[in-house]
Design a protein around this ligand. Structure first.
Ligand code: NAP
Ligand code: HSE
Length: 437
């Protein structure tokens, strides 16, 4: 039964995501009203260019280029414009006028989340953001609600679809990095600024959002360690495949225990790493996303699906909209996200990881011993060594592939630095972390 007054919905943005949100709101109006207990009335759609061609033909009378009256007339505001400004100012305006806000804007949340959550808390409004991480995959609500009584230990995710597509093409088809990037571009998988994907910025923003929810701690973007995929070579991908691994761009959020005088904290980081082919994340192909969560009581959980796409992302936005609308109908306070734990976000040097290092050396007696000594000096234990050699211009060149046991990233980085300056080493051809074992 629908007894509540119609709820007024303002949509800021009608691009890939916004036009699909408008379509669902208009075409599923009756069904949504039954689910919510109130009609959801789209009262206006903010765009830059009224005449732009859109994926869904939004009624002309709803389109506007003036934000303020639209926001002031709304109960709930959906922000799918992207970028920092004017999205930040408009969301603050909406929250300060008592509207609940739904956003898909990972960049804004990662950079200005604390300010927006404070503003929401001041007025008892609610900020929803399921679509900001991993598109259609429900991961924010599980962390915010379903796991709220558990303790998350670690999150390991593939949260950027375009880089997963590129690395997957390199692994499965032997495509070069350059060709795979061009293919991703042709399929419109890459952001307008491709470095956001390729250099790991997009994944780092998503990692910051996930870590802040999982560990109840504010995570400033400048504390998120980030490496992209632009230095990954076909040779590294092929060597990993030969050894039973696959290279993925991972977003890792992890609780780190105190170590002597070093305090406990969390590590939030993004880098390409080798994972065993048996790991659940290894079978995430193409532009799909997946998030692997390890919690104390729940154990291991895997969330998988489409991490992008207008319609898929609109599904997550609509889920938030129905929750926000139900809250209006039922009344009562919203969820407040707590940052009470206030853990330190630790530097990369504090994590424990494993490295796989490939060195070109001259095939002389004593070379292996010199190399092994460098590892021993930094207390890094070697798990395996494989040697291959080839005659090049009447000299035998050897390649050493060395896999380490777990060690601190600090010690492993020191080993690599010393190998670089060692006369026993001609060149280091690959250094990559190994995760998920
Ligand atoms: P988009 O296609 O570029 O659309 C942006 C929309 O916002 C356009 O309608 C644009 O108007 C409007 N807009 C931008 N700046 C404006 C301004 N200053 N004033 C008024 N209107 C403005 O973006 P999108 O792909 O839908 O992404 C929207 C948000 O969702 C972003 O935060 C993005 O990170 C997030 N997201 C997207 C995906 C995805 O697969 N696309 C997935 C997950 C999350 P015009 O149409 O007139 O230019
Ligand atoms: N550029 C992002 C990706 C879009 O490739 O996953 C979704 O956030």
């Amino acid at each position: 039964m629908i007894e509540y007054r119609p709820l007024k919905i303002a949509l800021l943005g009608a691009g890939s995501v916004g036009s699909q949100v408008a379509k669902i709101l208009i075409e599923n109006k009756k069904e949504l009203a039954m689910r919510v207990g109130a009609e959801l009335e789209l009262v206006g759609v903010l765009v830059r260019d009224k005449n732009a061609k859109r994926d869904y033909q939004i009624p002309e009378n709803l389109i506007t280029t003036t934000a303020e009256p639209l926001i002031l007339s709304a109960d709930i505001v959906i922000e799918v414009m992207g970028g920092i400004e004017p999205a930040r100012t408009l969301i603050l305006q909406a929250l300060n006028s008592g509207c609940d806000v739904i956003t898909a804007n990972k960049a804004l949340l990662a950079n200005n989340g604390a300010e927006l959550f404070d503003a929401a808390e001041q007025v008892g409004a609610q900020l929803y953001f399921e679509a900001a991480v991993a598109g259609a995959i429900p991961i924010i609500r599980p962390l915010r609600e379903s796991l709220a009584g558990d303790k998350v230990k670690r999150i390991m995710g593939i949260v950027n679809g375009s880089t997963n597509f590129i690395l997957d093409r390199m692994h499965t088809l032997g495509t070069s990095l350059k060709e795979a990037i061009a293919e991703a571009d042709r399929l419109s998988y890459l952001e307008a600024d491709p470095d956001l994907d390729l250099e790991g910025y997009d994944a780092a923003q998503k990692a910051a959002i996930l870590a802040s929810l999982a560990f109840h701690t504010e995570v400033p973007m400048d504390k998120v360690y980030r490496e992209g995929i632009t230095k990954i070579t076909s040779e590294q991908v092929a060597a990993a495949k030969r050894d039973g691994y696959v290279i993925k761009l991972l977003a890792m959020c992890e609780k780190i225990a105190a170590d002597g005088d070093d305090p406990e904290g969390i590590s939030v980081r993004v880098y390409p790493a080798m994972i065993p082919v048996e790991h659940p994340l290894a079978s995430v192909h193409g532009a799909f996303n997946a998030v692997f969560v390890e919690a104390e009581a729940a154990g291991s959980l895997m969330f998988y699906g489409s991490g992008a796409g207008g319609l898929q992302t609109a599904s997550a936005v609509m889920g938030d909209l129905v929750s926000a609308a139900k809250r209006h109908v039922a009344g009562g306070p919203g969820l407040a996200d707590s940052v009470h734990a206030d853990l330190a976000v630790l530097p990369i040097s504090r994590i424990h990881t494993r490295y796989q290092i490939t060195l070109e050396v001259s095939d002389q007696p004593g070379v292996l011993a010199q190399v092994a000594n460098i590892f021993a000096k930094h207390d890094v234990s070697i798990e395996m060594v494989e040697q291959s050699s080839k005659m090049i211009e009447a000299e035998t060149t050897a390649w050493l592939e060395i896999g380490t046991h777990l060690a601190t990233d600090k010690a492993l980085a020191e080993v690599v630095a010393e190998l670089r300056s060692s006369p026993a080493v001609e060149q280091i051809t690959s250094v990559i972390r190994v995760e998920g074992e």
